[in-house]
Write a protein that binds this ligand. Structure first.
Ligand SMILES: Nc1ncnc2c1ncn2[C@@H]1O[C@H](COP(=O)(O)OP(=O)(O)OP(=O)(O)O)[C@@H](O)[C@H]1O
Length: 552
């Protein structure tokens, strides 16, 4: 017969309250051996054998008895037994009435290694699985007290949004509520519940309470329903593997405020044209869409913007330019912007300096010229390359110019609107994940101007979908109202957040010799003349553009 001794190492934090007279008799020891659990480990958890006794009031209680065939699992909390669970032959389970609802082996939750995230708290659906984990070396394991809540007919265990939430202070999850202070301190949980509908429901209920961000789930080998199954069929190493390979819980999207990391206010960046500052403040992680009538300078303005950002902030820009070949056309535009000088003043040194600047600040996402077959330049292809550019070259800006030259494959059952919604969402996700300013240059629909109507396009005029207005964080239209004036109007049609600017239009002076732009009310802070000096321009009043048509 096995007997807990006062000198043995305890599993839970404190075991002094377990009566040392309680012993695990042969029937109990055999029951654990049959489950490939070391009976000594069960003893250390406080398990003992007992027999059923019917009182004078007809109530059945269980009394310790080494020769009994009922296995008793005490619930110890704060070093004191607060409840008991009984298991009689034939898989009959019941509990002693009353007592504080808590996890089985709850005191292991005080292990400091859980607080610093060094260890995870493993939560099982029953004591046998809990002991299996402990026997395999995972001492920070608890079990829920009452197994999994049943799944009602027609209920999807993975879709519990419609379920009425329990009041945890006295409901089925009272044991979670009672341990809420300990739970708050624990960094990681591994849910090792049963792989069946009630188990999945239990997992979903726990994740809801513990926060998905802290939870991981296990995957059992084919044919195994729980941890003890894994131990029985594949051995202790397989149990260790299952727990070690737990994956982050996939239920995402519903968080408490406290689940979010503390973040500073987003930092915004000037475009480099001071007149635009009140309207357009850029941030890393955003999607900026630029449109305008063909030939009005969308690409030219965008490249000048990128040069400004590279100069002012030292950023590197990834450019996927499908209409203009990188060499010589795009390089020429970049040399103009980088030198800020008209070509007739170019010297070998000036061009060499410009090329050093371009080499340092620009990365080109292009088809592989040595490949035998052309890559399909789909959005997925492009974002894959852009992700590589983030890793290898730390790009902070991604330019896709123009959108219509990307290979757009969409499934038959997806409408153009749905596709554009999905695609822009993907770009925004990329921008946010990598903290990159994503710029998409898009043409307006060819219908614009049909019927003799000459007007500035809006974001809604972009081919395909209203998503072009809805999805971006900034929407900008580049417009040339009168080509004789050498002026370009930058219309900020959308600024999603008030801290990132506001709707409005600003006229920039267009400098045809360098295909560049300049604030009318002051130079761009880093705009340099051919001689490398800030050039003086007399301040002018920004032109007010009387708005015609609907404001978007
Ligand atoms: N305000 C302006 N006045 C005169 N010419 C301009 C002005 N703005 C840009 N340009 C010139 O017009 C030409 C076309 O510019 P760009 O290719 O950037 O336009 P785009 O809107 O991107 O055109 P597309 O939609 O056809 O790609 C360039 O040579 C550019 O320097």
């Amino acid at each position: 017969m096995l007997k807990a001794s006062s000198s043995t190492v305890t599993i839970a934090a404190s075991m002094e309250a377990i009566s040392l007279t309680n012993t695990l008799g042969p029937a109990g020891a055999l029951a654990f051996q049959n489950r490939q659990i070391d009976p000594q480990v069960a003893v250390l958890s406080g398990a003992y054998t007992g027999r059923a006794v019917t009182g004078t009031d007809g109530q059945i209680t269980v009394e310790p008895d080494p020769s009994g065939n009922i296995v008793v699992f005490p619930f110890i909390d704060g070093g004191r037994p607060v409840g008991e669970k009984y298991r009689a032959p034939g898989k009959k389970f019941w509990q002693r009435k009353g007592g504080r609802k808590t996890f089985w082996n709850a005191d292991c939750m005080d292990d400091p290694a859980l607080e610093d995230g060094h260890k995870a708290l493993i939560i099982t659906e029953g004591e046998i699985d809990g002991l299996t984990a402990i026997d395999c070396g995972f001492h920070t394991t608890v079990s829920v007290p009452d197994g999994a809540p049943p799944v009602r007919e027609g209920e999807d265990p993975d879709q519990l949004e419609d379920a009425v939430p329990d009041d945890d202070s006295h409901g089925k999850f009272e044991f979670v509520f009672n341990n809420r202070h300990r739970i708050k301190r624990i960094k990681r949980f591994i849910l090792a519940v049963d792989n069946d509908p009630p188990g999945r429901r239990l997992a979903a209920e726990l994740v809801r309470r513990l926060g998905a961000a802290r939870c991981a789930f296990v995957t059992y080998p084919e044919g195994c329903k729980d941890l003890n199954d894994v131990r029985m069929r594949h051995g202790a190493d397989a149990v260790v593997r299952v727990i070690a390979e737990a994956k982050p819980y996939p239920v995402r999207g519903v968080y408490l405020l406290s689940d979010y990391p503390e973040l500073d206010e987003p930092k915004t960046y000037s475009t480099g044209w001071p007149d635009l500052d009140p309207y357009l403040q850029l941030w890393l992680g955003e999607l900026l869409v630029v449109t305008g009538i063909p030939g009005h300078g969308k690409s030219t303005w965008t490249m000048n913007l990128c040069v400004n950002l590279a100069r002012a902030h030292g950023w590197r820009v990834g450019v996927a330019s499908f209409e203009i070949p990188t060499v010589p056309a795009l390089r020429f535009k970049l040399r103009l912007a980088a030198t800020g000088t008209e070509t007739k003043q170019w010297t070998r040194d000036l061009v060499a300096d410009a090329d050093v600047f371009i080499q340092k600040h620009f990365v080109f996402i292009d088809a592989d010229p040595t490949a035998e077959t052309d890559d399909d330049m789909t959005l997925e292809w492009l974002l894959d390359r852009a992700a590589d550019a983030v890793i290898r070259h730390a790009i902070k800006v991604l330019v896709i110019d123009p959108w219509n030259e990307v290979e757009h494959y969409r499934p038959r059952n997806e409408s153009e609107t749905q596709y554009i919604n999905r695609a822009l969402r993907q770009i925004r996700k990329f921008a946010l994940r990598h903290e990159v300013l994503a710029i998409v240059v898009a043409h307006p629909t060819k219908d614009l101007g049909k019927g003799g109507e000459a007007r500035t396009p809006t974001m809604y005029d972009i081919e395909g979908s209203a998503a072009w207005y809805n999805k971006p964080d900034h929407g900008v239209v580049i417009d040339v109202p009168d080509p004789e004036l050498n002026e370009t109007v930058v219309w900020v049609k959308k600024a999603r957040f008030s801290w990132s600017g506001r709707k409005g239009d600003v006229t920039l002076q267009y400098l045809p010799e360098i295909e560049g732009y300049q604030s009318l009310n002051g130079l761009a802070p880093l705009w340099k003349s051919a001689r490398g000096e800030q050039e003086y321009q007399p301040p002018r009043q920004p032109r007010s553009n009387a708005y015609q048509g609907k404001e978007y």
